[in-house]
Design a binder for this molecule. Structure first.
Ligand code: GUN
Length: 293
């Protein structure tokens, strides 16, 4: 078994981005790319994610701003916040951290984001372009997964890929991206979800298994073909006395047993997570260079 080391690849890409910031922006007297995040409420996972993005921005020389709002913000006020960032010429791209509180209609907020600043790739215009294989902002987690497969030269063409989970953020877009006529891509993709019959037997036929269902340790060794490639998107915090923070992270895959059977596997942490963050930086760079029009 070999690790698909997301941290290592993300660090390489960050170094590439930092060079590009220097050569393409600073040396030419231009402002570096500027990313903003809207953070509503105090969900711990969202706060961790936004803090990780800010740290990554500092590492590559981007400017980053966070706009914080209380969890009782109204839909109108949040739409105004989006409009404000749409209009701010200094900001190249921004995200609205999800999930949003119950009184907010998530889709109304996402639809209001200027597609040219939608570095999360969640706007229907970007999703439509992604389906049609046109230049667009790709959603960060699927983009990170594809980049990881690409950098490790994992062949996807003609392979059986099984995706577990059909979320709008991960499962649905990654299944589309890997079935498109592109590299990586050209795979035969099966998308499994809560209504799928006999997930275990479908998963066990996968050459590449992508797990994004949000169920800790769901994938056991008997569900994985020998020498398969396993991508674990799950992130679960469990209490731990061995770490400073008081918790540690686990994925959707039983890593200890599955790793003995597969050819490649992503660890949690240090697999898909760092690739998600670096993909957002790549999208911001594209926004700043006005590559997506
Ligand atoms: N919540 C969990 N993942 C994401 C993401 O990629 N983008 C945003 N905006 N919110 C998230």
């Amino acid at each position: 078994m070999k690790l698909l080391d997301g941290k290592l690849i993300a660090d390489q890409i960050k170094a590439e981005i930092a060079t590009e910031v220097k050569v393409q922006f600073l040396d030419k007297g231009l402002e570096p790319p500027h990313i903003a995040a809207i953070l509503v409420g105090d969900d711990p996972a969202s706060m961790t994610y936004v803090a990780a993005k800010e740290k990554a921005c500092r590492e590559v020389g981007f400017i980053s701003s966070v706009y914080r709002y209380p969890s009782n913000i109204t839909q109108e006020k949040l739409l105004e916040a989006v409009e404000f960032l749409n209009a701010d010429e200094e900001i190249d791209g921004f995200i609205v951290q999800l999930p949003l509180p119950a009184q907010i209609d998530e889709y109304k907020i996402i639809e209001r984001i200027d597609p040219h600043k939608d570095i999360d790739g969640f706007h229907p215009v970007n999703i439509g372009k992604m389906v049609l294989n046109l230049p667009c902002f790709l959603p960060a987690t699927p983009f990170g997964i594809i980049t990881l497969l690409d950098r490790y030269q994992v062949e996807t063409a003609g392979k059986n890929i099984v995706v577990l989970g059909r979320s709008h953020i991960v499962g649905t877009p990654v299944s589309i991206m890997l079935s498109r006529k592109s590299t990586p891509g050209n795979a035969t993709v099966t998308l499994c979800h809560s209504q799928t019959m006999d997930i275990a037997s479908i998963a066990s036929r996968a050459d590449i298994l992508i797990v994004a269902m949000g169920k800790m340790g769901f994938v056991t060794a008997d569900m994985v073909k020998k020498d398969a490639v396993v991508i674990d998107v799950g992130v679960h915090r469990i209490p731990s006395t061995e770490t400073k923070s008081g918790f540690r992270l686990k994925g959707d895959v039983d890593f200890d047993r599955v790793s003995r059977k597969c050819s490649y596997i992503t660890p949690v942490p240090g697999g898909v997570g760092p690739m998600t963050i670096v993909s957002l930086l790549q999208n911001t760079l594209k926004a700043a260079k006005k590559e997506i029009i």
